[in-house]
Design a protein around this ligand. Structure first.
Ligand SMILES: *[C@@H]1O[C@H](CO)[C@@H](O)[C@H](O)[C@H]1NC(C)=O
Ligand SMILES: *[C@@H]1O[C@H](CO)[C@@H](O)[C@H](O)[C@H]1NC(C)=O
Ligand SMILES: *[C@@H]1O[C@H](CO)[C@@H](O)[C@H](O)[C@H]1NC(C)=O
Ligand SMILES: *[C@@H]1O[C@H](CO)[C@@H](O)[C@H](O)[C@H]1NC(C)=O
Ligand SMILES: *[C@@H]1O[C@H](CO)[C@@H](O)[C@H](O)[C@H]1NC(C)=O
Length: 437
């Protein structure tokens, strides 16, 4: 299954860092020396802290009381303050470091001014600087004892413990918390709201993909959506791609076929087997369909671009060049390794719709149908308070990316709908509290 691929996408996005402004200096936690990497994401507005997080939330053996430093960041620029019960927006970190997160995420900082919200970003355990006891995830995963603490349930409990601690430190007992997550993080946000409804009044889950292994979803649904995205861009382009698989295998089966393919695609070393090129291409199409990086239109322009008689494989090669740029060779070792290097998080899949219906409330699921992950998304309202905001267009988690002037109207509308619902949750919460903001 291709679950893994999603975990690389954000690394590829290179946008600017959160806006700068003046910090609130009375924030909790311990501020550490900022290392080289840390400097890249700290600004005067965004303050970084570490919390001594419980290693094991679920048993009482002596070693479970061990703690490790978990990284989080706070931006209080726009916060209305604890005495105003002003809201707290929390980004529940997903499968990457905070550096990675902050390069793409915009939903919190874009909307905090309107809500006078405090912003908190928490790093998921075993990512970035939040790896227990050792300096890298890779090292931690080699140790089977440590590896046992790498799971979503522990991560959710981390978020719960840290948020309760922060509310206490900030004396923000009555500030409503809204949790936000993208992709795997969208599932964390959903689970968080289900499991800790006393901590978060609502969740925004952008591009969750709960149902991907639901037996009712056809096995090929995921790549069928990828294919449709290309079809949408250009019929002939999608036909060329479709035809290329047979052609690749046909050439590969010839004597010395791998040499021919290697030449055709100008690979940096000879291909070991046909699956190397197939995996590479699938990944390329996947990236394009899912994250618009680059958009399918661009790949299709290249694929369609050659003269009339040009053969299928040369057209596909033009697509590769469009993605990678001009180079002396393509598919170098690191690119090939990259494809094999995907690590699966091993999410627990369940009959999520039923769980939601029975136990859930105040969750927004946003999805774009161009995103192949939407094949596993929640695309219909589950109840009056668990709603789906689906757009026909829209790539993976596009609604939580930084807003841009060039954003299309449907995207702005999707965001507006979410914001309106969130506003409703907060108003209702204040009403219940009999608090007049
Ligand atoms: C976290 O633990 C470290 C090492 O045990 C300790 O020095 C530090 O004071 C603790 N920080 C907080 C905020 O409790
Ligand atoms: C694995 O991690 C545990 C917990 O930190 C530690 O006690 C143990 O020595 C480690 N084992 C190895 C083989 O490094
Ligand atoms: C193809 O070659 C790669 C090494 O580049 C190897 O990891 C992979 O298992 C091979 N696949 C098949 C199907 O033989
Ligand atoms: C492999 O290619 C990528 C770009 O396609 C480039 O950034 C990277 O430096 C190359 N790696 C090696 C080992 O040549
Ligand atoms: C979205 O909301 C903003 C602020 O309320 C409003 O100015 C804008 O017109 C809305 N845009 C769309 C497309 O609904």
């Amino acid at each position: 299954m291709g679950t893994v691929l999603v975990f690389q996408w954000l690394l590829l996005l290179v946008f600017s860092i959160l806006a700068m402004a003046k910090p609130n200096n009375n924030l909790p936690g311990s501020r550490r020396n900022l290392g080289q990497d840390d400097d890249a994401i700290s600004s005067s507005a965004l303050q970084m802290f570490y919390y001594n997080q419980t290693l094991d939330h679920f048993n009482f053996q002596p070693q479970s009381f061990a703690t490790f430093p978990q990284r989080y960041m706070i931006d209080s620029t726009y916060w209305g303050g604890a005495d105003k019960n002003a809201p707290i927006f929390v980004y529940l970190g997903n499968e990457m470091s905070l550096e990675g997160t902050l390069t793409y995420l915009g939903f919190l900082s874009d909307n905090a001014p309107r809500f006078k919200a405090l912003m908190i970003y928490i790093e998921h355990r075993f990512y970035g600087k939040s790896v227990p006891f050792v300096s890298s995830q890779r090292e931690a995963l080699k140790n089977e004892t440590l590896r046992g603490y790498f799971n979503s349930a522990q991560a959710l409990a981390d978020y719960a413990e840290l948020l309760l601690y922060l509310k206490k430190e900030l004396s923000a007992t009555y500030s409503p918390i809204i949790v936000v997550g993208a992709s795997y993080g969208a599932m964390l946000a959903t689970w968080f709201r289900l499991k800790y409804p006393h901590i978060a009044v609502g969740a925004l889950a952008s591009s969750a993909q709960f149902l991907l292994l639901d037996e009712n979803i056809p096995q090929d649904a995921f790549y069928r959506t990828v294919f449709h995205d290309f079809q949408d861009s250009s019929q002939s382009c999608s036909e060329t791609i479709k035809a290329s698989w047979d052609e690749i295998h046909k050439v590969a089966s010839k004597p010395d076929g791998l040499s021919i393919l290697s030449q055709k695609f100008k690979t940096c070393r000879k291909l070991n087997n046909v699956s190397e090129i197939v995996t590479y291409l699938k990944h390329m199409y996947y990236q394009s369909a899912t994250f618009d990086m680059p958009p399918t239109d661009m790949i299709c322009r290249a694929i369609n671009g050659g003269s009339k008689g040009i053969d299928v494989l040369s057209r596909i090669f033009s697509g590769i060049v469009a993605v990678e740029g001009k180079s002396s060779c393509y598919l170098n070792e690191s690119k090939l390794l990259h494809n094999e290097d995907d690590t699966d998080i091993g999410l627990g899949w369940q009959d999520m719709k039923l769980v939601l219906k029975r136990f859930g409330s105040n969750i927004i699921f946003t999805s774009g149908l161009r995103d192949p992950w939407s094949t596993g998304g929640i695309l219909e309202d589950i109840s009056r308070s668990i709603v789906a905001i689906v757009t026909k267009k829209g790539a993976h988690a596009s609604d939580v990316l930084k807003a841009r002037k060039t954003d299309p109207e449907w995207l702005v509308k999707q965001r507006n709908k979410s914001l309106k619902i969130i506003e409703g949750w907060i108003t209702k919460y204040y009403d219940d509290l009999q608090f007049v903001p």
